[in-house]
Ligand binder design. Structure first.
Ligand code: ADP
Length: 466
């Protein structure tokens, strides 16, 4: 009937509340009954003791016994509530406060027990032949020799008391039911306020798992559930964004691969068609095929590095090296390109730099990425300047360009994988992510400062070898 959280609430809370309420109602009812019955017993005891003290100086066969008893009974004030009876030594009723001669068939179990077992006092609770519930006590009157010379008997009807106790129990039960109903209503409201949004959350999570990242859940409560709604909504937005980035990445990479492939295929077909007859065309074609193939190789290398980084499999082949020598190699490769793109590549080479501990190929790759970006995002006639500085136990390579710059909104995300601030320029959006990770593995840092229309400055800092 109940499932999930509702079932847990019923078992853990409602059941406990019901048991506690039942227990309290039972204890209270029992206490009320004890209280009333006990006060009846006390009334009977004191009334019988008083009556006995009046009669104990007489023998029951003397006329004084009967007249004293009669006088006492006639003046007895509690007649309305209690019946008092004087009994002689032979068990005959001398006088009773009701004024009627008692029914001789009516048993007097308390009197029989007291006399039978010679008990000076005995209390009995039970039903009369009229079905009336009563409490009766018998107190024997004894002479100085210890012989029973008579008895007094007091009876109180329990009908009114039982009715009062019944009313009290009914009140307790009603109060208990009220508490249980309140707990049920408030509990069900509370459980529903959790279960309903959790169900919606689960539906939304299923939709997100199926790829519907636009789905949103409405935040109805400003509490932990509300926070969970916010987190799921944020998660959907983030997943949607990373899905878009991934798709952009695939299309950028495909485009990156297609451009050199188209060139290679085109020139290969031209050469196939022309043969070796046209030496000039053949040489130009070969040149382009070789260049585009190495571009393809570097794209694939970059992708492989990225996948190694993702799986944490990138290992550095550390050695002591001179950063200036590595930079020279890279600049040698880049010089031709800068000239052909009509950009000024300025290098302010220092005399010497302290050696650093690092992976030659990886650091070269970082320099290529950063200088490639500087050239890529700078228009012709622009300037790309390179400086190497030695400060605070770090060797820093500073690459400054006068290119388009990066918008302040894009700047914090520029090192994220797949993130491209400029969609119109070729690139996969993973170059800076790889460079940043490689420099971090060297214990250094890669800092970017930029302004739109001003240009960009990238500072690569690597610790000096100990
Ligand atoms: P990509 O292969 O697209 O260049 P990167 O990770 O190298 O990827 O760079 C990420 C983004 O950072 C680029 O898309 C570009 O928008 C921006 N960027 C990087 N370097 C520069 C720069 N020197 N000038 C302007 N924008 C840059």
């Amino acid at each position: 009937m109940f499932k999930g959280i509702t079932k847990r609430w019923v078992l853990n809370t409602l059941l406990v509340v019901v048991v506690v309420v039942l227990f309290v109602v039972f204890c209270l009812s029992y206490a009320v009954r004890i209280y009333y019955y006990h006060s009846v017993s006390q009334t009977l005891s004191s009334a019988s003791a008083e009556f006995q003290s009046v009669l104990e100086n007489y023998t029951s066969d003397s006329p004084a016994f009967a007249s004293t008893a009669r006088g006492y009974v006639e003046n007895f004030e509690g007649k309305e509530k209690m019946e008092i009876t004087a009994i002689d030594a032979f068990g005959n009723v001398i006088i009773t406060s009701t004024g009627f001669t008692p029914d001789s068939t009516e048993q007097m179990p308390d009197y029989l027990k007291a006399t039978g077992e010679n008990l000076s006092y005995y209390e009995w609770t039970g039903k009369l032949s009229s079905n009336e519930n009563v409490k009766a006590v018998t107190r024997l009157i004894k002479n100085s020799e210890g012989d029973t010379i008579g008895a007094v008997r007091c009876i109180i009807s329990l009908t009114d008391i039982d009715r009062t106790i019944g009313t009290a129990i009914a009140l307790f039960c009603g109060f208990g039911l009220l508490i249980i109903s309140l707990v049920v209503f408030s509990g069900l409201y509370f459980v529903r306020s959790i279960v309903t949004p959790v169900r919606e959350l689960s539906e939304t999570a299923k939709k997100i798992a199926q790829g519907d990242f636009n789905t949103k859940i409405e935040k109805t409560h400003d509490d932990e559930i509300g926070d969970l709604c916010d987190s799921i909504n944020n998660m959907a937005t983030e997943l949607g964004a990373s899905e878009r980035l991934k798709n952009d990445f695939i299309s950028s990479v495909s485009h990156e691969l297609r451009t050199p492939l188209t060139a290679i295929k085109g020139w290969a077909e031209t050469m196939q068609y022309c043969g070796t007859v046209d030496k000039e065309t053949f040489d130009k074609g070969m040149d382009i095929i070789v260049k585009e193939s190495s571009r393809l190789t570097s794209i694939v290398e970059e992708l492989l590095d990225f996948s190694r980084l993702q799986s944490g499999r990138m290992i550095l082949m550390q050695e002591k090296l001179d950063i200036l020598a590595e930079l020279d190699e890279v600049l040698y490769m880049m010089k031709e390109r800068a000239i052909s793109e009509e950009k000024h590549l300025l290098y302010d080479k220092p005399e010497a730099m302290p050696p650093v501990e690092g992976d030659k190929n990886k650091l070269r790759q970082v320099f290529i990425n950063i200088i490639d970006n500087a050239l890529k995002y700078t228009q012709s006639e622009g300037v790309v300047g390179i400086q190497v500085l030695d400060k605070n136990d770090f060797v820093s390579v500073v690459v400054t360009d006068t290119g388009c710059g990066i918008a302040p909104d894009d700047l914090p995300r520029i090192k994220d994988k797949f993130y491209k601030a400029n969609q119109n320029v070729r690139g996969s959006g993973i170059g800076l992510a790889i460079a940043d990770e490689i420099i971090a593995l060297h214990g250094g840092s890669l800092d970017i400062e930029s302004g739109i229309g001003v240009g960009t400055t990238v500072t690569i800092s690597i610790p000096v070898a100990k």
